[in-house]
Design a protein around this ligand. Sequence first.
Ligand SMILES: *Cc1c(COP(=O)(O)O)cnc(C)c1O
Length: 261
Amino acid sequence: MTYSMYWSNLARSLSPYIPGEQPRQATFIKLNTNENPYPPSPLVIEAIQKAAGDQLRLYPDPACTELRQAIAHRYGVHPKQVFAGNGSDEVLAFAFGAFFNTPGDAAPLNGFGPSPQGICPISFPDITYSFYPVYAGLWGIPYRTIPVAEDFSIDYQAFKIASGGVVIPNPNAPTGRALPIAELLSIVQGDNEGARVVLVDEAYTAFGAETAVPYIAEHPNLLTVHTLSKAASLAGLRVGFAIGAEALIEGLCRIRDSFNS
Ligand SMILES: *Cc1c(COP(=O)(O)O)cnc(C)c1O
């Protein structure tokens, strides 16, 4: 491991995610990063070509209005309930910062007062997407993992404990096991009437699970996270988005606009 005396304590403390290898030669059947083997829709290529003109001189619309309107239309929600980011990895990183607490945090001095969630660790399954502990490390968020059952299914009852937040992919990755929506919503409800935020990572929902999007209106603590990288075959485009109550979307915007607007 290379190492530098110039690294901050934060940089020293991280265990960065190691992405799946992208070999330079195209001689492999590539299965390691779950890219779609089929090409994206020709209409998408056409739209990208149209957009890649003189417009590139200008900064894009910081609110991603057109994209958020299209997503809202597709999912039957309001554009104010949609957040768009540079891949769902970025949306997830922002969500960890927006909704989960860090022991070192001081109460803000701006009149909002401290977060009522305290610093209880967040929970996610073991086995799951290996980026979650990395985000927790970046923000200094304590976490605990909840083992999957012998058959790799998620024991939803085990998630109904006091926690600072929950992260759960549905279906889970890389096991492919899906939770029935009633069990997922029971986790969202939790042991304390939805006192903490539950992030449902829907990267693979199109392949075999029921989406939780129709339940965001009833559950102000439910945020679903989506990507165009897998089912839509657009991993190179780096587009991810989240759907949830307007207050959650505003929380994400606060982090984004403190980082890269
Ligand atoms: C692929 C994947 C992502 C990341 O998708 P991007 O939008 O390409 O950043 C997020 N969550 C899970 C579970 C994934 O498998």
